[in-house]
Design a protein around this ligand. Structure first.
Ligand SMILES: *[C@@H]1O[C@H](CO)[C@@H](O)[C@H](O)[C@H]1NC(C)=O
Length: 621
């Protein structure tokens, strides 16, 4: 068993006095192995950072010394308490009663003790005498505590723990969780029933908050992909004057061919036009307004210059060669593009990335419209084994780079949603609660996506944290599908949604497309297709390019590459489908939906079979 001793002292940390506690305690450790010791000042962050670092290194017992008294700078209990998943008041009691026999001043000690992950933490007084006395009081029993926290002896302790303090209260189908830290007390069978994908869709649909209307400028990037929340009608005609379609001469059509004086000029921007009367013409450019009296435009190619003004700078007489000019010829009539009061954009339509809708709005003078707000997404990875790839730290043994969050950040952003990157949460309840509260209350996220911490592992803190600490509701905790079985969907209050996705990167990507995106699409006002519960990415029929083996029990969503071949869409598996294999996603633009063999009655879908596929990207040529 390994021990870390953390000396909390301002003066020792500054080198103003020498530490004697570590030496004193070292002599009482007996069988325990002193793995680390450190001195930190009376600063909450420093204390917590040191402790969490040791918890991560799997040190079994952390003893702190100092900072447990009544002076203002004594903050060790305040630093340790939030880190504790479970408190151990018995140890505190034992230390206090032992010390009180020695000195009444023990009344002024404020020790705390408890478990963080699989580490026991005990705060001792700062003096060598006080520290060793307190440690003496609990030493005998601490061995048992550590044994119960350890993983080695789980089998022999299993029965005891089960019949002991851990009760699981069942409410209907879902079980309310109690925080289960030690591996011996973890669930061997998930208390959540595995529901079908269709039932999961019902629950998501029922619990997705209704869309909220906001007004945005037509040039705000987030307008693209937004759903219009009002009928936008034109408040003007476009064009709102009669405009020439060509360069040429405004005429009175009944005048016919012949030589006419050019009495005015009409440009798009400036015009000094007079009213035309019979026997006159006016020079006009494309897009310019017609002079009053004119009813047609003859293009310049169908005319001939007869005479210029003195100096030759202006046209004086021009011959109209065109015959049978009809009234209205080469004129864009008032309201011929958009008529006043007509519908420019319908409520429920979507602003495409092509820019057409924005152009239509601008043409009728509209520069902001009401749309449904897109939810803001927070992304959090959980797991002590994870390293942030951006931090550029080397991996310790057993660690992996977190690929989930970068994958999801990229996917969510590419779907047009604002992302708040919440980083990696250590596997302990205190930090998880703090991060989630901060994300919702301060960073104003609407939807939290977490990855990791939803399997049957002993550090699955998320479900109990959502229920017990955040007072949320877990709507489902398992889905009968592959991959992504432990997918969890929860809400806190009426306006915050949580998706807890499996820690495997490929699983979390599948679950994002299958569950999270449909929720977000509904939330931002997109209607589901007829007969569907939730809006989704396009679902297309594809032909299988090869035989696909079916899972015996669960419907499976396999990553495929979809291409067009001979007028049909053909799906090729992207290879090895193990759920930790994110590389199998690289070329994937679709997810084929394969039935479970037990539902389908066969174990293989043959080459050429037509199945549904969710199109998660474009079809490339
Ligand atoms: C919006 O326009 C459509 C099409 O003209 C019409 O059917 C609908 O009733 C309008 N909705 C509202 C809220 O005005």
């Amino acid at each position: 068993m390994t021990v870390g001793i953390l000396v909390v002292s301002q003066s020792v940390s500054r080198g103003l006095s020498a530490d004697k506690v570590v030496d004193a305690l070292k002599q009482r450790l007996d069988g325990l192995e002193l793995k680390a010791h450190k001195v930190v000042p009376d600063k909450k962050e420093d204390i917590q950072a040191a402790v969490l670092d040791w918890v991560r290194q799997d040190i079994k017992l952390i003893l702190t010394a100092g900072g447990t008294g009544f002076s203002k700078t004594d903050i060790t209990p305040e630093a340790i308490e939030p880190l504790l998943d479970r408190k151990a008041p018995g140890l505190v009691h034992a230390m206090l009663s032992y010390s009180l026999q020695i000195t009444p001043f023990a009344m002024l000690a404020r020790p705390v003790a408890g478990v963080c992950g699989e580490t026991l933490i005990v705060t001792l007084p700062g003096s060598p005498k006080g520290a060793t006395e307190n440690f003496q009081a609990i030493k005998e029993i601490i061995g048992h505590a550590l044994a119960q926290l350890g993983t080695e002896s789980s089998r022999s302790l299993h029965k005891e723990a089960r019949s002991g303090h851990h009760h699981h209260h069942h409410h209907g189908n879902l079980a309310k969780h109690e925080l289960v830290d030690s591996v011996v007390a973890r669930h061997r069978v998930s208390p959540y029933p595995a529901i079908s994908v269709d039932e999961a869709y019902s629950k998501i649909s029922e619990n997705t908050p209704g869309p909220e209307v906001i007004e945005v400028s037509i040039l705000e990037p987030r307008i693209v992909g937004s759903v219009v929340a009002e009928n936008v009608t034109a408040q003007m005609d476009v064009p709102n004057f009669r405009a020439s379609i060509v360069d040429g001469y405004a005429v009175i059509s009944s005048d016919g061919p012949g030589v006419y004086p050019v009495v005015s000029v009409s440009h798009a921007s400036k015009n000094d036009q007079k009213q035309l009367v019979a026997g006159q013409i006016a020079r006009i450019t494309t897009g310019a307004p017609l002079p009053e009296g004119a009813d047609a435009v003859v293009m310049v190619e169908e005319t001939r210059l007869v005479e210029t003004t003195e100096g030759g700078s202006e046209e004086k007489l021009v011959e109209i060669l065109a015959k049978n000019v009809r009234a209205g010829e080469n004129i864009r009539a008032v309201g011929s593009d958009t008529r006043k009061e007509s519908l420019v954009l319908a409520k429920g339509s979507r602003i495409s990335p092509g820019g057409g809708e924005i152009g239509a709005l601008a043409s009728v003078g509209v520069n902001k419209i009401k749309v449904y707000r897109k939810p803001v997404i927070g992304l959090l990875s959980t797991g002590n084994e994870l390293q942030d790839v951006l931090a550029e730290n080397a991996l310790h043994y057993g660690e992996i780079y977190d690929s989930n969050r970068p994958t999801l950040v990229s996917m969510v952003q590419n779907c047009g949603y604002e992302v708040v990157d919440l980083g990696i949460a250590p596997d302990n309840k205190g930090s998880l609660v703090k991060i989630i509260r901060d994300a919702v209350d301060v960073k104003k996220i609407d939807c939290l996506i977490t990855t990791g911490g939803v399997s049957m592992g002993e550090l699955d803190l998320l479900k109990p944290t959502i229920e017990n600490e955040l007072h949320g509701t877990i709507h489902f905790g398992r889905v009968r599908m592959k991959p992504g079985k432990p997918t969890t969907f929860a809400t806190i209050g009426r306006s915050t949604v949580i998706f807890a996705l499996p820690g495997n990167p490929a699983s979390s990507s599948v679950c994002y497309h299958l569950f999270v995106l449909p929720c977000l699409l509904k939330w931002q006002g997109i209607e589901p297709a007829l007969g569907q519960k939730l809006p989704t990415e396009p679902i297309v029929k594809v032909k299988l390019a090869e035989d696909l083996k079916l899972d015996p029990q669960r419907p499976e969503y396999q990553r495929v590459s979809i291409r067009q071949r001979d007028m049909a869409l053909v799906a090729t598996s992207t290879g090895f489908q193990r759920s930790s294999n994110i590389a199998s996603f690289k070329k994937a633009n679709g997810l084929v939906c394969l039935p479970a063999a037990s539902d389908f009655g066969k174990t293989v879908l043959a080459t050429g079979t037509v199945v549904d596929a969710i199109l998660i990207d474009q079809i490339y040529m």
